[in-house]
Design a protein around this ligand. Sequence first.
Ligand code: IMP
Length: 193
Amino acid sequence: MQLIFATNNAHKVAEIQQAIPAGFEVLSLRQAGIHVDIPEPHDTLEANASEKSGVILAMTGTNCFSEDTGLEVEALNGAPGVRSARYAGDQASFADNVQLLLRNMAGQQDRNARFRTVISLRFNGEEHLFEGICPGHITDAARGDGGFGYDPVFVPAGDTRSFAEMTLAEKNQYSHRAKAVAKLFDFLARQKR
Ligand code: IMP
């Protein structure tokens, strides 16, 4: 079964490629020859994920999925959340966002946080949503140089290393995205029977 993954983020594509079971083929937008920058105008992960998969479905008429992810920090009332990519401004780099987060968390005792991913699948004309959550905490300083985004400042519950200090396979044992993707492929495997 072939599906388009509606993202331009090469890190997300690499993570998901590692988790695809036999019998499925996932094409990134680039691999599918689609060059479009899909906006994320909404104030929930669900609505943004839905918008992205809807745009690609309208363009291609093909089964596809998208995902939207946010880092939800307890002491910041769930921020940056749906604004994770633009936390430090519309043109913010990963490093800008990480620096702002560490500044806003300076001196904060409660460092609990979680990543939440929502996948929107468009399959045979219907939409299905899948959620993956990874609890953990925010470090005092950036650690490691793997991964992307907030990986250097997030330690998943059950480990002492930041995501940026792990290999992709190690991150996938904990990650929000891997959990949502597992639900996606469970669902798809059941449709094939
Ligand atoms: P997006 O809107 O789903 O592309 O993601 C929002 C932002 O969250 C990204 O720009 C990253 O900074 C961050 N992000 C998403 N997924 C991860 C992850 O797995 N690790 C670290 N940061 C992430």
